[in-house]
Write a protein that binds this ligand. Structure first.
Ligand code: ATP
Length: 857
């Protein structure tokens, strides 16, 4: 249920902007502790402790022992380059997360100079008037000025989970009793479970109760993702195998060539080659930057693991009002027993036949409504020549019965001067009005037939009724009165213009869209048809009462073919989420109210509304739609799939490139050849591999078919057998080329240094080939080269320039232990390296010619 109640603070002004500014200066921002960002030093320390750095330092030390000053120096210098890269990667992640935190930071509704303003909570100051309602988190310690039916969950402070009833100080006289004093105060960080209030801020930031105990509410939860756990397992395994291999290499080398230090060096080079440090880095960066990219599409990620589920969602359960529709209502039709009026946009007249319908609808709405239906009704009233505001200026509301779960109607009791009895005005769901008017079955059917006609046109329908009661005799429950039906109101709430296309896209992407609404079934069905949720004639509906009566088995059966759930209470959403999950679906669910929180938590992806949602719903959700727009969810799904694809591409590349590096380090030791790769070469390679992973693959555009393939199986591992096999095969291809180059150079008596230079050129070329081919697992190199990637030219260009320098500049050549080579030979070796990935291109071409093209997975 949308929020129907909010505090009004009518007649109050609040602070002036200048006063607020001055107090903010004086007291500082209303926050407990500035969100901690890692300092540069801390980041540097974290980086220095990484195994790669330790290996580099160890290798540098051995060179020192061997007396190779230059090598030692270059390796130690390269430590700084590697640290620099790691720090910049960490900073990038931190910045992305900080930007998300900013977006997620809480906001508060305050009254300043008589205007309602939604401001960041950190700008709330002493003396501000807070307007609070059900589902809000209290932004600062404050004293109640007005409270209606208010209760707060203060468990955060007191540990007591039963909500505390609150009353305004002027309702209950100020007291010395601290227990009672607390009843008229609200505390920062606690939650309003029901009611609404106006409260004046007494303390902010560290001076609040929660501030004094130094607790802060974190706005973004990092959480570990399944991918991270899986990657950790793989990293541990690879590290173990790597360590074993290094030991073997060191010992074999030392024993066969009788040189322990050189053996150690060979072992260290292999360890550096095998260290799978890129895997966790890739995940952290891709998820954090991914979340930042998603936030630019107006979707805030509160819980990073949700990004993984995004590409796997199979069912999207969405609210109708405000998510599929614009939540901008206008009254379109009025009907009473005396006639019907079709309103146009600038309706200026009101026939007598329907005058009372409008009058009572206004009298049963709040003066300063939050509810869009009530706003539309008041807005109509203000356009008409009959000035209801003036004619009722001296009427006084003496009782109010808000919408409740059991009675979908709002009722107000008015005391009118000169009238013997109080006037009772009521509007609500037609079924509720029929009940209040005690209609016979036949009358009721006639009414519902009229309602159906309005709803068939997609209008939301409210019934309006009237009653009267002697002064001071208003009952506890409006059902104790007998009402008289006055008429019906039909309101239009147009579909958001982007919704139909977005739903179509979901269907193509194998994602079912299901509407869950509190609205009338016929209205819901009409909107579902307009949105293209189901083909005409195939909209199948389950209503809340039907759901109530249904057993789990029937529900699970019917849920597969139902696309609209109407007149559903928020509490029933949890049951729906569970039923979908039991049917094997991965569920994304939207919600905005307090009662939606359990369903949002239970869903694989809970999505809250940023604009109309409550704090409770936002806190329970994984994602927040900042603009409440359905099509943003679809954008997020597209990005989620892209992020997963890119992680997989990066992982495949990392696996692949480590095969030739490890192989060319290992083979010479076992075959008794001169060593091909020394630690310096590995560092050089790392300088290409690192940015290739974190910049090139992260920024890769989505595959053309990203929204035309079915959702990913959530149980499918990242390191699936197919991904791993293909990646290793790519690596074996590259290794074959590099080994062939090295072996033939040695065989033709070119000497160790020339052979090393040739093998290195082949290795760099095959590395670039692997980067290029892994950019897309579905489109061929020719196509993917046309897809822009800002980092790619830098990485490729940088690698080529650095390779050229090591081959052409004598000092560098010496350092790398290369012999001079003619350009033609370099090009030949590079061609061999590059050609080693072409088989994968052929595989892609073959696949895209097949009847069911798609990425190779
Ligand atoms: P959705 O679930 O898509 O937001 P909804 O707004 O109709 O749809 P609820 O907020 O649960 O869902 O409202 C349920 C019903 O209660 C409405 O269809 C309407 O008949 C009645 N209702 C809601 N708000 C008011 C109101 N302010 N005054 C009178 N009746 C209301």
């Amino acid at each position: 249920m949308g929020r129907s109640r909010t505090a009004e603070g009518a007649g109050r002004r609040g602070l002036s902007d200048d006063e607020a500014r001055a107090r903010l200066q004086e007291d500082g921002p209303n926050e407990i502790a500035a969100t901690q960002t890692r300092s540069l030093w801390r980041t540097a320390w974290e980086v220095v402790r990484e195994p790669m750095l330790l290996l580099l330092l160890a290798a540098g030390a051995i060179y020192l022992l061997l007396g190779d000053m230059k090598e030692a120096l270059v390796l130690l210098l390269s430590v700084f380059v590697v640290i620099g890269i790691s720090i910049s990667q960490n900073r990038k992640t931190d910045r992305a997360l900080a930007a998300l935190r900013d977006l997620a930071s809480p906001r508060a509704l305050v009254l300043r100079e008589g205007r309602r303003l939604r401001i960041p909570s950190r700008e709330v100051v002493r003396g501000d008037l807070l307007l609070l309602s059900e589902g809000d988190r209290v932004p600062a310690d404050s004293r109640l000025a007005e409270a209606s039916d208010l209760s707060a969950d203060e468990s955060l402070l007191t540990g007591e989970s039963v909500p505390v009833h609150k009353t305004a100080a002027n309702d209950a006289p100020r007291t010395e009793n601290p227990e009672e004093d607390r009843r008229s105060r609200l505390f920062s960080g606690t939650l309003l479970v029901s009611g609404c209030a106006v409260a004046s801020v007494e303390a902010t930031g560290p001076r609040t109760e929660i501030g004094r105990i130094g607790r802060s509410l974190d706005t973004i939860l990092a959480g570990r993702t399944r991918l991270q756990d899986e990657t950790d397992r793989v990293v541990r395994r690879v590290a173990l195998v790597g360590a074993g291999l290094c030991l073997i290499v060191a010992v074999v080398y030392a024993v066969t060539r009788d040189s322990w230090l050189d053996g150690l060096l060979a072992g260290l080079a292999l360890a550096m080659a095998l260290l799978p440090e890129e895997f966790p880095v890739v995940l952290t960066i891709f998820l954090a930057i991914g979340a930042w990219r998603i936030s630019r599409r107006q979707v805030l990620t509160r819980h990073l693991p949700a990004i993984e589920s995004l590409g796997a969602a199979t069912v999207l359960c969405v609210d109708k009002t405000g998510t599929l529709t614009q939540n901008r209502m206008s009254v379109r039709r009025l009907s009473s027993s005396r006639g019907t009026l079709e309103l146009d946009r600038d309706q200026k007249t009101l026939p007598e036949a329907v005058r009372e319908v409008v009058e009572l609808a206004i009298l049963s709405s709040r003066a300063d409504p939050f509810d869009p239906m009530e706003r539309a009704i008041r807005e109509l009233g203000s356009r008409l020549p009959v000035d209801f505001e003036r004619t009722h200026a001296d009427w006084k509301a003496v009782a109010e019965f808000p919408l409740s779960r059991t009675l979908l109607a709002t009722t107000f009791v008015w005391r009118a001067p000169g009238r013997p009895d109080d006037v009772v005005a009521c509007k609500g769901a037609p079924e509720a009005i029929a009940e209040l008017c005690r209609l016979s079955e036949e009358q009721s059917n006639r009414l519902l037939e009229q309602v159906r006609r309005l709803a068939d046109d997609g209008l939301r329908v409210l019934g309006v009724a009237r009653s009267s009661v002697p002064p001071h005799a208003a009952p506890q429950d409006p059902r104790a009165l007998v009402f008289e039906l006055v008429g019906l109101i039909g309101l239009a709430d147009p579909l958001r213009p982007t919704v139909a296309a977005a739903i179509q896209e979901c269907h193509e992407a194998g994602v079912r869209v299901v509407m869950i609404t509190g609205d009338y079934p016929v209205t819901a069905a009409n909107i579902a048809r307009q949105a293209g949720l189901a083909p005409p004639g195939e909209v199948s509906i389950i209503t809340g009462p039907e759901l109530q009566a249904m057993d789990e088995e029937t529900l699970r059966r019917r849920i597969g073919s139902t696309n609209v759930f109407a007149r559903v209470a928020p509490e029933q959403k949890l049951r729906l989420v569970r039923a979908f999950q039991a049917a094997g679906q991965v569920v994304a669910m939207t919600g905005d109210g307090v009662n939606d929180a359990p369903a949002l938590k239970a869903a694989d992806m809970g999505i809250a509304m940023g604009q109309r949602g409550t704090d409770v719903a936002r806190e329970a959700a994984d994602l927040v739609l900042l603009d409440d727009d359905f099509s943003s969810i679809v954008e997020a799904i597209r990005l989620g799939r892209r992020i997963f694809d890119n992680v997989r591409k990066a992982v495949a590349y990392i696996l692949a490139i480590h095969v030739p590096i490890a192989g060319i380090s290992l083979a010479p030791v076992l075959l008794g050849w001169p060593l091909a790769l020394l630690p310096l070469h590995i560092v050089f390679l790392e300088l290409i591999i690192d940015p290739a992973c974190s910049l090139v693959f992260e920024a890769e555009e989505p595959e053309a078919d990203v929204m035309r393939r079915p959702p990913r199986d959530p149980d499918e591992p990242l390191f699936s057998r197919r991904t791993v096999t293909l990646a290793l095969l790519q690596g074996v291809g590259a290794l074959t080329a590099v080994l062939a180059v090295y072996a033939s150079a040695l065989k033709f008596g070119r000497g160790a240094e020339a052979a090393r230079a040739m093998a290195f050129a082949a290795l760099i070329a095959s590395n670039l080939g692997l980067i290029l081919t892994n950019r897309s697992w579905s489109s061929r190199l020719r196509t993917s080269l046309r897809s822009p990637n800002a980092a790619l030219p830098w990485v490729v260009g940088g690698a080529l320039v650095m390779l050229g320098a090591t081959l052409a500049v004598p000092e560098l050549r010496e350092l790398f232990r290369f012999a001079p080579l003619p350009a033609s030979e370099v090009l030949l070796c590079m061609a061999a390296g590059f050609a080693s990935v072409l088989w994968f291109e052929a595989l892609k071409a073959n696949r895209s010619g097949s009847p069911a093209p798609g990425p190779i997975q």
